[in-house]
Ligand binder design. Structure first.
Ligand code: AMP
Length: 382
């Protein structure tokens, strides 16, 4: 087993904010970072030593990229399988293409979880109208989700009746889908964990998440649940990492139902938006942990130094012009993270604010206050 030491080159497929925060952690530890995606002047590229702007389907360029690095990892799991395969012919790829294959497709992921005995929401595969008709008979309120390329609530429709479900599936161009029962949850939790090739694992405390319009809005930790629920979440996350036989970082998202039982909603084979607060509150951030896991280094401590919260900054806050950054910075405990994206669109993740405090609830108040200050217009100056 090869350990990839500081000074080596890490290749990142994808170039968004997850790659940016990974690149910051990697460069701080003396690594070099190359990023590959079909874009330029990207959040990751602005930090990386080398930014390659080429299509994922350009297999020759992918091979060239992989030959130039010591290990390839992902910040975006929806790269085509052929891209991961081509990279793996030329370099170590962590997590492996097989983990990507499962987690980039809802139906494969949910089937994998169910077959391995994990608690999941009731679901049915939808491939033809007849499947939808049969499935709707056994469901109350449901959510129809595309099987591939879905994230942040994209490609999802809430449906109550068969005509609604048929209209939604037609709007999705009748592509392969999953019909899922709506869970009446008390809360949403996520656990980010890392696993090395040797099988060593480390987990952060669960994050408690609230969403708005299907997009993560605020995360905080420690979660307001007794130790039994948190331990159960960590144990299930550990079993998922083992079942995937993964080398890298994985986030497992859960619903906590009214009986305080956990259901797995999704798995992401990479650091997660809910784990951004680890940068400012834990001994090791989720990004440094990804670096350590894919490089074969010992994992760092996941201990949380202080309760923390994070609020996402979406493009919507640019509605009245440039947000008032100085006002947000006037909240002294708030830490501002911006991703270097020039084009602010509604729903686009542009940055986040983190705070630590004596309790998670206080930290949440601080990040919400700092975020609301962004919309405050500066006083006119003479
Ligand atoms: P997803 O992209 O599947 O993670 O969904 C985004 C968000 O939509 C979740 O974090 C939940 O807040 C909500 N959601 C998704 N599926 C369900 C479900 N089956 N029941 C209730 N809420 C859901």
């Amino acid at each position: 087993m090869k350990t990839i030491l500081p000074g080596s080159r890490i290749g990142v497929l994808g170039s968004g904010q997850l790659g940016r925060m990974f690149a910051i952690a990697a460069r701080r530890m003396g690594y070099r970072v190359h990023t590959y995606s079909p874009d330029r002047d990207t959040p990751t590229g602005q930090i990386a030593d080398l930014e390659i702007d080429a299509p994922y389907e350009d297999i020759d360029r992918v091979r060239e990229f992989a030959l130039g690095v010591d290990v390839v990892t992902f910040e975006f799991e929806n790269v085509p399988a052929a891209t991961a395969e081509a990279a793996s012919q030329c370099a170590l790829v962590r997590p492996s293409g097989s983990v990507l294959h499962i987690t980039q497709h809802r139906l494969r992921e949910k089937t994998f979880l169910r077959e391995n005995g994990f608690p999941v929401t009731k679901f049915e595969p939808i491939r033809k109208m007849e499947d939808l008709r049969k499935a709707m008979l056994g469901f109350g309120p449901a959510i129809l989700k595309t099987a591939g390329f879905g994230y942040d609530g994209k490609g999802q429709y809430r449906v109550k009746t068969l005509p609604e479900a048929e209209a939604a599936w037609t709007a999705m161009e009748r592509q392969e889908a999953v019909l899922e029962a709506v869970v009446d949850f008390e809360a949403e939790l996520s656990v980010v964990g890392a696993r090395t090739e040797r099988g060593e694992c480390a987990f952060f405390e669960p994050f408690c998440n609230t969403h708005a319009n299907g997009i993560l809005d605020v995360s905080s930790s420690p979660a307001p649940f007794d130790e039994r629920v948190c331990e159960n979440a960590r144990d299930l996350a550990r079993d998922v990492l083992e079942a995937l036989n993964v080398t890298g970082v994985v986030c497992v998202e859960f619903f906590v139902n009214r009986n305080r039982e956990l259901l797995i909603n999704e798995i992401a084979p990479r650091p997660h938006n809910s784990g951004h607060l680890t940068i400012d509150s834990c001994i090791t951030s989720q990004f440094e942990q990804q670096l350590r896991a894919v490089c074969g280094l010992p994992l760092g401590s996941t201990e949380m130094l202080r309760p923390a919260a994070m609020a996402n900054l979406l493009g919507d806050i640019w509605g009245d012009g440039e947000p008032n950054w100085a006002a947000a910075c006037s909240v002294p405990e708030a830490k501002l993270h911006l991703y270097g994206k020039s084009n602010a669109r509604p729903g686009r993740k542009m940055g986040h604010v983190t705070a630590t405090a004596a309790t998670a609830a206080q930290a949440e108040q601080i990040v919400r206050a700092a975020r609301s200050m962004l919309g405050r217009r500066p006083a006119l100056q003479d």
